[in-house]
Design a binder for this molecule. Structure first.
Ligand code: GLP
Length: 260
């Protein structure tokens, strides 16, 4: 796992955007794994600047969202379909028909999950998967105790996740109770995982994910099993790391030797 600590959230977003842009420059029809929540917003802001300056063309790039609430109306502003359309597809000038979100409205959630897995497979898998992390260590909506072998499926949200996400809804009771999420097994098949975290509220989850034991109790610790995982943190999110000096040392060495 490569751990990079940067001074500000803005720089975290810019660094993740550079990784994504490099992939798309090499393969304009690359497949991106897209995340929602507040963590990736700086990434999308940086990508938007590149697109607007003509330095990046995402019109042929494909996308798969990580997750969606079950039962939320498609036009609800907090459905992840709406968030992805508003925050990602529109501003980044992506082709809406090339970007998919799990269908949380299908009454047969198992069928919707299978369709989603098949679509990812048919696209040739995900080249770079952007991830945030929940305060309880979840990635996507894989809550603690999720199997590392899990595929896209319905999950019950923990009370802590519903409380964390209540800020997006008018009333805490409006937060859906269930979701459809790519599984940890699905996420681990992406060719490059890029996790971004900012702010002190994420410090404990980040430290457990990066330096704690690999455990389904902290789903983000699954990144330790991946051959190519990059963790981009601002100072506050990195505050709980024991080996912080070592990670900085590695980055300085890389800069000195110009290792990409
Ligand atoms: C959300 C999403 C995750 C996200 C995480 C953290 O509910 N399902 O994909 O990474 O929880 O959210 P935030 O970035 O808003 O802190």
């Amino acid at each position: 796992m490569e751990i990079i600590v940067l001074p500000t959230a803005r720089q975290v977003g810019a660094a993740a955007a550079r990784i994504i842009a490099a992939v798309v420059h090499t393969a304009p029809d690359a497949v991106l794994g897209l995340a929602t929540g507040s963590s990736p917003m700086e990434v999308y802001r940086s990508l938007r600047t590149l697109v607007e300056h003509g330095d990046l063309d995402l019109s042929r790039t494909r996308g798969f969202a990580l997750d969606e609430y079950v039962g939320i109306p498609l036009d609800h502003p907090q459905s992840y379909a709406a968030v992805i359309a508003r925050e990602v597809v529109g501003p980044l000038r992506m082709n809406p028909s090339l970007v998919l979100v799990p269908d949380g409205r299908d009454r047969d959630v198992a069928r919707a999950a299978e369709r989603y897995e098949a679509a990812i497979r048919d696209a040739g898998g995900i080249d770079v998967q952007l991830l945030g992390i929940g305060t309880n260590g979840h990635i996507g909506f894989n809550e603690p105790t999720s199997s590392f072998a899990s595929r896209t499926r319905a999950k019950t949200l923990t009370p802590s996740t519903r409380a964390d996400n209540a800020r997006f809804f008018a009333d805490a009771d409006d937060v859906p109770t269930h979701c459809l999420t790519q599984g940890l097994g699905t996420i681990l098949e992406a060719r490059h995982l890029v996790l971004v975290a900012q702010g002190s509220a994420k410090a404990a989850a980040v430290a457990t994910a990066v330096e704690g034991p690999v455990s389904s109790f902290c789903p983000a610790s699954a990144l330790q099993l991946h051959p190519r995982a990059t963790v981009l943190l601002d100072e506050d999110a990195a505050a709980g790391l024991t080996l912080r000096d070592y990670y900085d040392h590695i980055q300085r060495q890389k800069d000195r030797l110009a290792i990409p």
